[in-house]
Design a protein around this ligand. Sequence first.
Ligand code: 5GP
Length: 203
Amino acid sequence: MKRRGLLIVISGPSGAGKSTICRELLRSYGENLELSVSATTRKPRDGEYEGVNYFFKDIEEFAKMAGNGEFIEYAKVYDNYYGTPRKYVMDKLGEGKSVILEIDVQGGMKVKEAFSEAVFIFIMPPSFEDLRRRIENRGTETEQDICKRMKNAYSEINYATYYDYIVVNNDIKEAAAKISCIITAEKCRYKRCNIEFENFREG
Ligand code: 5GP
C-alpha cells in the first residue's frame, strides 16, 4: 500500500520570507513535494498569477466555496479571506506526495485540530526591524498596511509555541535546507513507517 504523504504547515508573520523559502524548498528539494495554492478574495499584486500564487475569487464565489465545504480551513487575514482547497490537498496526500500549506496562524490552528499528524513549522524573522524592512522593500503595501502587518506580527509570534519547529530566516537557502531536513526526519518517524515487523522476524 502506498504511504500517505506528509502534510506540512508553514506559518509566520507577513514578510518573514515564507513564500520565498517555500519557492526555494520546491526548487531545491521538490521531489514528491507540492505547494497548495490557496483561494483568496485579495486582489492580485503585480507579478502574481491566477493559479500560481492564488486562485483569485470575489467574495460571493469564496462564500459559495466555503459553504460547499471546499476548504480544509479558511480565515480572514488583513480584511481578505484565504482558504486551503480540500480536494487538491487530499488527492496529493493520497498519491503519497507531501503537501505544504503556507497559511496564517488561525489556519494553522484549524489544521491542527483536524490533522493532528501534520507537521507545523513556524518561520521567524531575525528581528522586528528586519521584518519591517522586508515588508517596506517589497513595495506592495501602503504605510497603513505595513503598520497593520507589523501589529499583527506581534500577535502571530505568540502562536509559535503551538508549532513543532521554529526556523529563523537569516538566509533563504539555509532556511529551506533546514525545512528539508525536518521533512526527511519526520518521514523517518517510527509512527509514520508502517513497518511490517513480521517480515523481519527470525525463522
Ligand atoms: P498575502 O496577502 O501576503 O499573500 O498573505 C497574507 C497571509 O495570508 C499570509 O500570512 C499567508 O500565509 C496567509 N494565507 C495564504 N493562504 C492562506 C490560506 O489558505 N489560509 C489561511 N488561513 N491563510 C492563508
